[in-house]
Design a protein. Sequence first.
Length: 139
Amino acid sequence: MSTPVQAPAGQQPADSAGRRAIWLSIAALAMTFMLPLAGLVMALFALMAGIRALPLLRGARKPTGIAVGGITISSIALALSALATAMQLYLMDEYSAYTECLKGAGTVSSQGECFTQFRDAAQRKLPADVLDVLGAIQP
């Protein structure tokens, strides 16, 4: 006969589920800005953890604010990472041409020319003023 697994002393499973949801959602938001595709996967895990934490917290009659916060942050991370991943896939050819141009660029002025070519190619492909909204920063 096996013994049931118990939570660490002083910590209930509902409390740890809420904390897990918020920490995963914060990690997902951070990953979104570094690696959007990894942020997308992490945001999905965080969203599932937050949704699973809600009934545990309600059943233990604990406040659900931390789980709701985790769901909110992971939803924001999910939306941002989905947009960033879609943008990367949509501009994949232009970005590949940009990296190839940078390989042959030996000076700062030629690197600037590579960016100008990338920006012009992206402007032709994207709707008007999208690069102004994004700030037209270098990739």
